[in-house]
Design a protein around this ligand. Structure first.
Ligand SMILES: *Cc1c(COP(=O)(O)O)cnc(C)c1O
Length: 455
């Protein structure tokens, strides 16, 4: 038996504001562009799609601190502060002199960090008099968070779930329905986009792209309805900074400051959430913390993509975003970490990577599950397949400390638990899980296509 130590905050110590790193960045992110005019986007261009307050937050490069509305803060108290845990068990299993800490976002009612932004988005919609929200979901984590948040604030939620995961991952559908959401397998006959696809191909199994098109179409065509998104966008990452702001105070209680901060990387919201509050001390106070984003080797936008304007979706409906991307037509392999299968990175993180303020590593699927198994046995929590990437990157750094004898302080974000992903663990244990790697050819092909589209 190994002791474990957890750090919490009192209610009155919970953050009252989110941190907007855009205000402190020396090189600000380049502006998103209107795809038709190629002019920089204004907040009002986004008003038909998202709640107004969220559009303003999205493009805010001036205010470093944004008040967390009381109603959202009250809901955060249902599960926050989340524990900051000293992972003695993992340290011992690795035999490392490093001090490993993790922030446990899996304790939220829906099992992941996504609720931090879902509550904020639902609240701002409600405040504006919106009655209905839509979204798409692949693996179902975001859909579950939004469904619950909508219920909290008395909104109707319509979720388009990619048809193949609707059928293969029935538990997340049931979770969304339990919270009262209407879940539709996409493509569906309920939108023009869906009808078009199904008339051509009645057996179409859907993709995130088709689900986005349906959710956006419904939002635009329904009065008092708005669309919501669970990652990539700057306002989503803003809400997630509650993770790092809490962690900063909790690390203080532990009497330490991180040398390295690590998060898994899909679109960047949980990575930015834990990193940005610490990164502000690198920018403003000369701290030298390293920040590492851990992405899957099968979807390596940060380590092998290019920095340029690209669409956020496969259909090419969204604004053009300046980001590290593999091209919006890039089709990642069907790895279990569904939340990390996105072709691009958020604009803030992309700029930070370009400017050398952070690093990125890619992790193969088997290494991620090696790490998840070790963590489960050492700390008792079965991590989400996405979170396993952060653990794998942490283990690499801890093993490096073992070689050099350095007692570095490593903090990583445990973005969610894996209790609904046991099929993936089962495949790992039965030896049928495989690695997927992208060939240079594949990367080049999609990027070359991209250059044609954008010019
Ligand atoms: C969605 C998700 C991610 C990836 O999204 P980011 O925006 O990159 O954080 C990671 N972990 C879990 C558990 C998720 O549900």
């Amino acid at each position: 038996m190994t002791k474990q130590k957890r750090f919490f905050l009192e209610e009155d110590e919970l953050p009252r504001q989110w941190y907007n790193i855009q205000a402190d960045m020396i090189n600000k992110p380049m502006p998103p562009l209107n795809p038709a005019t190629k002019e920089p986007l204004q907040p009002k261009d986004l008003y038909p799609i998202f709640a107004e307050e969220l559009c303003n937050q999205e493009l805010d490069q001036e205010n470093a601190w944004i008040d967390i509305p009381d109603e959202v803060r009250e809901m955060y108290k249902y599960y926050r502060s989340t524990p900051l845990v000293r992972a003695y068990g993992l340290e011992k299993a690795l035999g490392t002199p490093a001090h490993i800490y993790f922030k446990n976002e899996s304790v939220s009612p829906v099992g992941s960090h996504k609720l931090n932004s879902a509550l904020a988005q639902a609240y701002y919609c409600k405040k504006q008099g919106i009655t209905n929200v839509t979204t798409e979901t692949g693996a179902g984590q975001w859909g579950a968070a939004l469904s619950y948040a909508a219920k909290v604030f008395g909104l109707e939620a319509a979720v388009y779930q990619v048809k193949i995961s609707y059928n293969q991952k029935p538990y997340r559908r049931m979770i969304m329905q339990t919270y009262g959401a209407q879940v539709t397998a996409s493509p569906s006959m309920s939108t023009r986009a869906g009808k078009d696809i199904l008339t051509k191909d009645p057996n179409n199994q859907g993709s995130l792209g088709t689900a986005i098109s349906e959710a956006v179409e419904l939002a635009i065509n329904t009065p008092n309805c708005r669309y919501t998104l669970g990652s990539v966008l700057s306002h989503v990452t803003l809400h997630q900074t509650v993770i790092g702001l809490e962690a900063e105070k909790q690390m203080e209680k532990a009497g330490e400051y991180p040398d390295i901060v690590i998060g898994c990387f899909g679109g960047g919201s949980n990575f930015g959430g834990i990193s940005f509050p610490f990164m502000r001390h690198n920018i403003k106070d000369g701290k030298k913390t390293r920040f590492i984003a851990a992405e899957p080797a099968s979807c390596p936008k940060l380590t092998r993509g290019v920095f340029q304007y690209d669409f956020g979706d496969v259909a090419g409906y969204t604004p053009l975003l300046p980001m590290f991307t593999l091209g919006h037509n890039f089709m990642p392999a069907n790895i279990h970490a569904g939340g990390l299968r996105y072709h691009g990175a958020g604009v803030i993180v992309s700029q930070l990577l370009k400017d050398g303020l952070m690093e990125a590593v890619d992790i193969k699927q088997l290494e991620s599950f090696d790490a998840g198994m070790l963590f489960a046995q050492a700390e008792g929590i079965i991590p989400a397949p996405e979170s396993c990437h952060a653990i794998a990157a942490t283990i690499r750094e801890a093993n490096e400390c073992k070689k050099t004898g350095e007692e570095k302080v490593i903090l990583f974000n445990l973005s969610g638990h894996g209790l609904i992903d046991m099929t993936a663990y089962d495949q790992y244990m039965s030896g049928s899980l495989q690695n997927y790697e992208v060939t240079d050819e594949d990367v080049q092909k999609n990027i070359a296509e991209l250059e044609k589209v954008i010019k």
